[in-house]
Design a protein around this ligand. Sequence first.
Ligand SMILES: [Zn+2]
Length: 104
Amino acid sequence: MKSFGDRGDWRIFGYPRARTLSRMTESKGFSNQPQIAFCEEKQRLIGEFVAASRELTELQAQQTRVVIEGDSDFARFDDLLHVAREKKDRAKYRLIAHVEQHKC
Ligand SMILES: [Zn+2]
């Protein structure tokens, strides 16, 4: 399968599962609403995810750099990397959840 990376994940499994979430959207009458072409909330969540991804990438680059420079304390980045990775995952799951509920 072609890899779409993090941003592609929700596109791949978001649609088949969407129907199972109908109980969450029934009360809001989504079926009677027109298709939403542009969703501000989705754009905001994408922005959050991209920012969190860049933060993680930057920390990894910094750690790589200090290792190359011979800094024996490179493990000090591990906690920061852990936090950054969790932040990125949370942003990703918020985006997935929004797209599934909102169908945008
Ligand atoms: Zn939306």
